[in-house]
Design a protein around this ligand. Structure first.
Ligand SMILES: *Cc1c(COP(=O)(O)O)cnc(C)c1O
Length: 356
């Protein structure tokens, strides 16, 4: 079976984990600090704050900006549910704006019509590794005095005009095993603001600057030294992984027939966390056909967030036609760095032969 994703761990990661175990320093310490410094340098931000997951990175970032009950946060309905849940965890309300069908990201031209006096922030998600229209989003945010929190959980290293995602607003990243780099579980917040970084560090660690003196009510959202040690090794490989994903994507796009292939907007660097095609009318048929031929595929996401059962008690009656239509047509094909040329040819032959 050609798998949809595999964490790429080698002898170096094993060695790094063993060194931490032997050091007996397991909880947040020097390795976490080193990983934060390296990640901030990678993103081009002043600070990076490591967390226990991408979800807790989002929750911490939202709380650090003082967003809470009575506030609205504009986001996309076409994402992993954690993007919207993090807004709810802070006591605020997610407001969904439909997506651009070419990039699958929030449609920036529709954000202003969703603004109310309660709107505090915009939370764009760089879905599948393609950056959102950050020029338009930052322009709206500046004109209306809004905070921007970027869900970059799928987009480590994605860029707009040479600038990394996570450096426009407050960035949130995940290192879950399926992401482009992993720490098993883990997350990171990026920011240039001393104040947001300071608040995020307090929220992450029970509100303590000094041990057992608590300035605020916080959480335990810390990363371990084991995770950070893996992350330091993985971060060194990220540019290589991105180059391989991009080469695989370019090859697929050149050869696939009869499907809508992903777009890379000029000036953007797509990092292809997922290579998502659209297959109007026959998505499930193609998925089954490929499974029979030993090729795994994925549907991200079959149901937009506002349509989830968990959200019905919140009274969402929105009709967001683009997100709803796209969720019935998307199919992710394998694009990860462990694929061989032979694997790619099998995927291409599989897709193209369905139509002939
Ligand atoms: C993975 C992911 C998250 C959550 O990250 P975890 O590390 O799994 O908590 C949030 N948003 C998006 C878009 C993701 O893909």
């Amino acid at each position: 079976m050609i798998s949809l994703s595999v964490p790429l761990l080698e002898a170096e990661e094993k060695q790094a984990v063993l060194e931490v175990l032997e050091s007996r320093q397991l909880a947040q310490g020097e390795k976490v600090r080193a990983f934060e410094e390296a990640f901030a340098a990678f993103c081009g931000t002043k600070h990076a704050i490591a967390t226990s997951s991408g979800t807790t990175a989002l929750q911490t970032a939202i709380l650090a900006h003082g967003i809470g009950p009575g506030d609205e946060v504009i986001t996309t309905p076409f994402t992993f549910i954690a993007s919207a849940n993090a807004i709810l965890f802070a006591g605020a309300k997610p407001v969904f704006v439909d997506i651009d069908e070419r990039t699958y990201n929030i449609d920036a031209s529709r954000i202003e019509e969703a603004l109310t006096p309660r709107t505090k922030a915009i939370l764009p998600v760089h879905l599948f590794g393609h950056p959102c229209d950050m020029e338009a989003i930052m322009d709206i945010a500046i004109r209306h005095g809004l905070v921007v929190i970027e869900d970059a959980c799928q987009a480590h290293g994605a860029m707009v005009k040479g600038r990394k995602v996570g450096s426009f607003g407050t960035g949130c990243f995940s290192f879950y095993p399926t992401k482009n780099i992993t720490t098993a579980e883990g997350g990171m917040i990026t920011t240039d603001s001393d104040e947001i970084a300071d608040r995020a560090r307090l929220i992450r660690n029970h509100g303590q600057r000094e041990r057992y003196y608590h300035e605020m009510i916080g959480y335990n959202f810390r990363m371990t030294e084991i995770q950070a040690a893996i992350g330091l090794v993985q971060l060194n490989k990220l540019e290589r992984f991105i180059a391989m994903r991009r080469a695989n994507a370019a090859y697929l796009t050149q050869k696939l027939k009869g499907v809508i292939t992903p777009l890379e907007v000029p000036g953007c660097r797509h990092v292809y966390h997922q290579y998502t095609i659209r297959v109007p009318n026959s998505r499930d048929q193609l998925a089954n056909y490929l499974r029979e031929r030993g090729i795994a595929t994925g549907v991200y996401y079959p149901l937009p967030v506002h349509k989830q059962r968990a959200y019905q008690c919140l009274g969402y009656a929105d009709h967001l036609p683009v997100a709803e239509a796209v969720s019935r047509e998307v199919l992710a094909l394998p694009v990860h760095p462990a694929l061989t040329r032979e694997d790619l040819d099998r995927i291409i032959e599989g897709v193209n032969s369905l139509w002939s």
